[in-house]
Design a protein around this ligand. Structure first.
Ligand SMILES: [Zn+2]
Length: 622
């Protein structure tokens, strides 16, 4: 019996047909069928943003043309705001046909050419307002031959007739699920492994000589360690299947988390190749990225800020907690690499030192707290400009350091009996477990973490109240007391100047062959002398300069010396007398003392003493 002859069932209330129709023009052709359109006229909209990336992106600007019909009769579609349309009232199923321009090679939107297609449904599938909770089906149609020959599909959308990796019919429990399973189509390489009781796959798109066996060998223990962190008893992941969708390009870096998958973008040289002996820095970065996005499957895709439990896709959704959801994830991403044996302890301390240095280099840490940075992510962190180093602190990097500070403080105060891991497990049990009901979206009882809920959760999970100190770290701008917190672990934090030369207080960049000031740091030597971001530097003390020559000249000066810089601003030649500063001690290095330290051992080990004890089988009474 063909599906068409069956009476309309809930599963077919909303149906999309997505055809990779014109790869050369980068156009998807989409047909949306709404079985029971709103009696007052059906409103249709594309999300203004994609969850996980906190910026208004107006995906609807890429809808090129749109029309409606009911049977063969045309239906008027009126645009009512930048991303919303109104279809006139019809009493029969409404069919809407539209084309979407897909030429955004990021993990956030859609991309289509003759080599592959990638899409987030948030860029391609109009949502029928009022019907978001209804299940939907999606038919994926390959490009015309010969382009589409041997193309396959990789997605964690459940198959609904399509074969694994095949074109054909998939389904989603609701609109929220539909936009949370990105889709790759093309001639990717794919490999699979088991971890945490779940099937895992990694698909790699783009020409590369990737060593898939090495990738799966490395990712398996990493994934297993994360599942064991949240579920030390069962060690099970909260999904049956997980997919790493990876696109390898010349140069690129990015990732976006989803409930059962992640979309990753990386440089092809960052992937391991057959015969690669050492772990390259690029590959370590790739593993850190994979670790970060995978951690999000628990933390932000299931444990959520209360504001994210049901997203408003039309506008910004504010929370002051991204330092927890992105910062803690950034803390655990590299930590899980060392805990699962993928990097050495020395390598881990080096990576952590880099994070500390990165935060110390930005004067913005002295004016913005991580909570404020979280709230303003939409207009500040995601929309950076030349003044951002002076005005923004990263809720990723400083959030990771706040996580570190909390973890170290709890470990020291409880003599290693408790840690941030315990707080993660409590958040998981309280907010994360079973987040997605079998019917799709969050169960009615699901709640997220309240804006003021973390301190009490930490106290409950660990017995430690960090009180006013925690508040200062999160809401304040003073430096974190990391050196003091590291002491009980036998780790010394050293701060030195990155180089001995006196400082101009600028970040430099090449602009069309000219040496330019990208940012002038607050209160720095250049800014005090009147130099600005955008100024093109020509000469220092009468000598023509490029970056190397400038560095050489500065290395012969002392802090307090004055140099004369010539620069163009708006094509006008200007002269500046700059009194040089002493270089700031912003380079952090962490050194572990020789000899054993139980606290440090526990911190960097996969399973803490406490969890080991908990895992011992209980004695059965005779
Ligand atoms: Zn993240």
């Amino acid at each position: 019996m063909s599906r068409a002859k069956k009476p309309a069932v809930a599963g077919e209330a909303i149906h999309y047909r997505i055809a990779a129709a014109d790869p050369h023009a980068h156009l998807f052709e989409v047909t949306l069928r709404v079985s029971e359109p709103d009696a007052d006229g059906q409103i249709l909209a594309l999300p203004a943003w994609i969850p996980g990336s906190y910026m208004i992106r107006e995906f609807a600007r890429h809808i090129v043309s749109i029309s409606g019909r009911c049977g063969t009769r045309p239906v008027r579609i009126t645009k009512i705001d930048k991303h919303t349309w109104l279809a006139e009232r019809v009493s029969e199923p409404l069919v809407v046909e539209y084309t979407v321009y897909a030429w955004d090679l990021s993990v956030r939107a859609a991309h289509l050419d003759a080599t592959h297609g990638f899409l987030n449904a948030s860029s391609v599938c109009l949502r029928a307002i009022g019907q978001e909770a209804r299940p939907c089906t999606v038919d994926l149609i390959a490009p015309p031959t010969p382009i589409g020959q041997n193309w396959r599909v990789a997605t964690t959308l459940p198959e609904d007739g399509a074969k694994r990796y095949g074109f054909g019919r998939y389904r989603a429990a609701d609109y929220d699920a539909l936009i949370d399973h990105p889709i790759e189509m093309g001639r990717f390489a794919i490999a699979s492994f088991e971890a945490g009781g779940a099937e895992h796959e990694i698909a790699v798109t783009g020409q590369s000589d990737v060593d898939l066996a090495r990738l799966t060998r490395d990712l398996a223990p990493l994934c297993a360690a994360q599942a064991a962190l949240f579920e030390p008893t069962t060690q099970r992941a909260p999904f049956d299947r997980y997919l790493f969708l990876t696109t390898a390009v010349g140069e690129g870096y990015g990732g976006l988390e989803h409930r059962d998958s992640t979309a990753l973008l990386c440089g092809r040289s960052d992937l391991p190749f057959a015969g690669m002996r050492n772990q390259s820095e690029g590959y370590r970065g790739f593993l850190g990225l994979a670790s970060h996005e995978y951690f999000h499957a628990w933390h932000v895709k299931r444990i959520k800020p209360a504001a994210f439990v049901r997203y408003d896709l039309d506008q910004e959704v504010y929370t002051r907690l991204l330092w927890i959801f992105e910062g803690f994830t950034s803390y655990y991403d590299d930590l899980m690499l060392v805990r699962s044996g993928l990097i050495s302890r020395d390598d881990y301390l080096t990576l952590l030192g880099k994070t500390i240095s990165g935060v110390l280099r930005g004067p913005g840490r002295q004016v913005q707290s991580v909570a404020d940075s979280s709230f303003d992510a939409w207009v500040k962190y995601y929309r950076q400009d030349e003044n951002s180093p002076n005005s923004i602190v990263s809720y990723y990097a400083k959030g990771a350091l706040v996580a570190l500070a909390i973890d170290l403080a709890v470990r020291a105060r409880t003599n290693g009996q408790a840690s941030l891991d315990d707080a993660m497990r409590l958040l998981w049990q309280r907010h994360g477990v079973g987040f997605y009901s079998s019917q799709g979206g969050p169960g009615a009882a699901q709640s997220g973490l309240a804006e003021d809920g973390f301190a009490s959760a930490l106290r409950e999970a660990t017995g430690v109240s960090l009180g006013a100190a925690l508040n200062r770290w999160v809401e304040g701008t003073e430096e974190l007391p990391l050196a003091k917190l590291f002491a009980p672990l036998g780790v010394t934090l050293k701060l030195t100047a990155p180089d001995a030369s006196p400082s101009l207080g600028v970040r430099l960049a090449m602009r069309s062959g000219d040496l330019a000031i990208a940012s002038a740091y607050s209160g720095g030597a250049a800014q005090r002398a009147g130099l600005s971001a955008g100024d093109l530097l020509l000469a220092c003390d009468g000598l023509r300069i490029d970056e190397k020559a400038l560095k050489g000249l500065l290395s012969r000066r002392q802090p307090g010396d004055t140099v004369v810089l010539h620069a163009f601003r708006r094509d006008e030649l200007m002269r500046f007398e700059v009194q040089l500063d002493a270089p700031a001690a912003s380079e952090a290095s962490l050194v572990a003392a020789a000899g054993p330290n139980t606290l440090r051992e526990d911190w960097l080990s996969a399973v803490s003493r406490k969890a080991r004890a908990a895992r011992r089988p209980a004695r059965v009474r005779a």
